[in-house]
Design a protein around this ligand. Structure first.
Ligand code: FAD
Ligand code: SF4
Length: 330
């Protein structure tokens, strides 16, 4: 067993000071991903800075009419919050579609966004993986890649991001707030995950040693009519093979506002902006939903064994938008 230091931070500035932007130090939130990776030998920190005592476990109204979700709010508390359920139902559904009750009690908002890929080669130290060991190669390209990316990948890594929560947050234009030793910063979730390119090990736009403090959701009336649909290989306790966060506002048979984000198809939650553009102002029909999905998926580059995801995502878009439109018409 490898020894490591364990420190408890009393507050945000204490956490930043204890971390010190040191390469061998990691923040510990719920530990549901980090500790597993430490057991597998993928993460080998010298010190952990526990965030459990930080006052970041609240969900508050913003002055602009949105919600500010503290970084250490548990997945369970987020899903159960009455204003999240009322204003952003797809977010509640996305969180509840993930993991198990026990895990959701421990897992936090910040940790969920920063969880690592579930590509099996990433945790198999005997196999090449550019994300784990830069320059070593990608075992998935010619190996098992049924659940890998069809959008935005590169020849250096084809892994998908596993978060369900992140997909709904992306659809609703969430912004990640963080603190560093040099001061605060924020980045839209849409820009939070870096393009894969030839640096798949560099995953986010967070500066070294940054502590996520909150995720802010701007007001979005359309989000009140939203849904998260997750497709997986068994009914519970499994990661998505494809998922969709969708919100739809139909007026007089035409699409007034729409939000679409895809999950489990790219290295980040994938905001389907081409599909949104194709739909906005047009007829709210199944044909239009299918054409919009095709517009988004025209950029897909499936691997030999994951072409099914193109059809899966197209069908998801048509099914979920049809349901939302029918419910709005009742
Ligand atoms: C069996 C199993 C099934 C699962 N199924 C799903 C699923 O279906 N869908 C899904 O979305 N997720 C799923 N998960 C993943 C789970 O949601 C994540 O493990 C969890 O959200 C991570 O949160 P955490 O607080 O435990 O993070 P930790 O494990 O504590 O941390 C994860 C990473 O984030 C960093 N970090 C944490 N908080 C901060 C912060 N505030 N600022 C900066 N860095 C921080 C840590 O240093 C670490 O690198 C599953 C996990 C397990 C074990
Ligand atoms: S897909 Fe990415 S995470 Fe998986 S083996 Fe290739 S480089 Fe590693």
């Amino acid at each position: 067993m490898r020894e490591f230091g364990y420190l408890r931070a009393p507050d945000v500035s204490g956490a930043l000071a204890l971390h010190g932007a040191d390469d061998g130090t990691r923040f510990l939130a719920g530990g549901t991903n980090l500790v597993d990776l430490m057991k597998a030998g993928v993460e080998r920190p010298e010190r952990l800075v526990d965030l459990a005592e930080l006052p970041l476990d609240r969900i508050e109204e913003t002055a602009g009419g949105g919600l500010r979700i503290g970084a250490t709010v548990s997945n369970s508390d987020l899903a159960a919050h009455p204003e999240v359920r009322r204003r952003y139902p797809a977010l509640t559904q996305a969180v509840l579609a993930g993991a198990s009750g026990q895990l959701r009690n421990m897992a936090t908002v910040g940790g969920n966004l920063l969880q690592r890929t579930r590509c099996a080669y990433f945790t198999d130290l005997a196999r090449p993986c550019n994300k784990r060991t830069p320059g070593s190669g990608c075992a998935a390209l010619r190996g098992e890649h049924r659940n890998h990316a069809i959008l935005g990948a590169s020849e250096h890594c084809v892994a998908v991001h596993p978060s369900d929560m992140g997909v709904a947050l992306t659809a609703f234009d969430a912004v990640v707030a963080y603190e560093t030793l040099d001061g605060p910063g924020e980045v839209p979730l849409a820009d939070f995950y870096l393009p894969v390119g030839d640096t798949p090990h560099a995953e986010t736009a967070l500066p070294a040693g940054a502590l996520i403090t909150a995720v802010t959701l701007p007001p979005a009336p359309v989000a009140a009519r939203s849904r998260y649909r997750k497709v997986r290989e068994r009914a519970s306790y499994a990661f998505a093979i494809g998922s969709l966060a969708a919100a739809l506002d139909v007026r007089d048979g035409r699409v007034h506002d729409v939000r679409l984000a895809f999950g489990a198809v790219a290295s980040r939650p994938w905001r389907a902006r081409a599909a949104e553009r194709a739909l906005t102002g047009g007829p709210a029909t199944a044909e239009a939903y299918a054409a919009a999905a095709d517009a988004e998926l025209a950029a897909a580059e499936p691997l030999p064994d994951n072409g099914y995801k193109v059809t899966l995502m197209r069908n998801l878009v048509v099914a979920v938008l049809t349901e939302l439109a029918e419910e709005a018409g009742r």
